[in-house]
Design a protein around this ligand. Sequence first.
Ligand code: OGA
Ligand code: MN
Length: 291
Amino acid sequence: MELVATPQHPLFAARISGIDIRCPVSPAQCREIVRLMDRYAVCAIGHDGPPTNEEQIAFSVLLGPMDRGRSPKIEGTGIRIPHNEIVDQSNLDQDGVIYEEGDRRLLFKRANRLWHTDMSFRQVRATYSLLSAHVVPSAGGNTEFVDMRAVYDALPESTRSRLDGLVAEHSYWYSRSLGGGPAPTDAERASRPPARHALVHVCPGSGRKSLYIASHISGIVGWREDEACALIDELMAFATQPRFIYSHDWRVGDVVIWDNLATIHRATPFDDTRYRRDMRRTTCRERLVHS
Ligand code: OGA
Ligand code: MN
């Protein structure tokens, strides 16, 4: 069956029909998805029910080397989903019970409400993320996206030239503290050291230049902290103007794929100590990492 893309925003993002990721996907379909990702950067595929963990993993493997390491644990976290490849993005503990207000695991998760791109705090970055919706709240809990290639294209030339050659440092713990999370323990901090990446890079698939910024950025190499913060804040404010944002309103069974090298995203609030939201993420990487 042909894949058909229906654009969801003037600049990027499409809903794709003609494919069910719960069934075996052919190499030709896979190439078509990659082509659509290079064009749209965010692709949503609807299903009448969510994929199983195994189905999601089997499909994700086709899109690049996967992150299979067990993420370093936030202390006190039990395992609800017993697959190293899946990041549990729900508000549920190991028994499927909603976290209570003040639970530090919930506080860390709320950092997803800051604009970010996944795993920029790792040297080997995330390429695609795939998020599946298993349970969604009746109100709120959309995910918002911005295409940073379109943002780069729209930047004034004077700003673009200021970015030439700049390298940023990205730290997981920096965004957790911005998000209102508690201080990490020494062991937690050591488990996720910072990484450095160019502020502007060329996306391999589309050949388009993109701005690579995230709430994880803790500084710019060789710059004073206040000046670095001011520049990142300025870029973030420009990038997150309403005209650039696509807001995805989740339906159970949706699988949304986004290109972390070309976009930023954030979770939007919902009543997370009252309603369940069960979302599961798989992540592809620039290359295979054994962690
Ligand atoms: C993620 C993420 C946002 C959301 O899974 O990487 O940022 O809305 N999710 O759950
Ligand atoms: Mn994310």
